[in-house]
Structures are given as structure tokens and as C-alpha cells.
Ligand binder design. Sequence first.
Ligand SMILES: [Zn+2]
Length: 132
Amino acid sequence: METNPLPLDELYEKARQVQANAYAPYSQDKVGAAVMTKDGSIFTGATVETANWVFLCAEHVAIANAVSAGKPDILALARYPSAFPCGVCRQAMVEFNHNLIFIFERDGKLQTTTMDALLPSSFGPWSIPCAT
Ligand SMILES: [Zn+2]
């Protein structure tokens, strides 16, 4: 039986903490996210909105922060408050790991799900011959 080495509590707590930095004056939907990369690094992101109604989701910002740091090998992502990510974020998640683990809270307990569950039959780098 394989054990789960992911620090679910730590990632979810990082997502909760960074929610305070969310800039969401238009939707008021303040979200925080945290990703863990293959080497154990953690990157966070918060909602960023602008007056022209361009919204950057916290999940996408966290992924962008990891990639910008040269660490695109993302293993897991936690979102706070718990809700499943939007379609754009699901596409960003599958781009960097089609086996990415999504961490969420339900009934007071942290749980995980897979990209196969979140974005079945997904389109990704493997779908474009010149990208692989
Ligand atoms: Zn999103």
C-alpha cells in the first residue's frame, strides 16, 4: 500500500494564509492557493482582479509563481476556501501534471482528487505533437 507523502495540512494552511492577500474588489471572491513542486517547494497565489474585469484565479497565480521560479514540476494544489477550480485553472493544472493531486476540504476533512476526475479526457501538451 502506497502512503501519501503530501503534507495536505501544510498546503491547505498555506492556501488559507495567502487568501488574506487576495485582491478581489469586484467579485469579493477572495481565494488563496498553494502548490507543492517535486522538490518540496511550496508556492502560493491569491486572486488578482482588475477594473477591466480580468481576473486571475489564485490557483493560476500559484502555478505561475512556481513556473516563474523555474519549478514547473507541480505535484499538488490546495485551494482555500474549498471549491473545485474553474475550467481555466483545471487546464493550467493539467498542463504541468496530468497526475496532479487537488486538495480540498469536505465535512471538516482534507481530501484529494485527481485530474482525471476534474478534467477527464483532457487536452494537454501530449495532444500537440510539436510540444512534446
Ligand atoms: Zn480558476
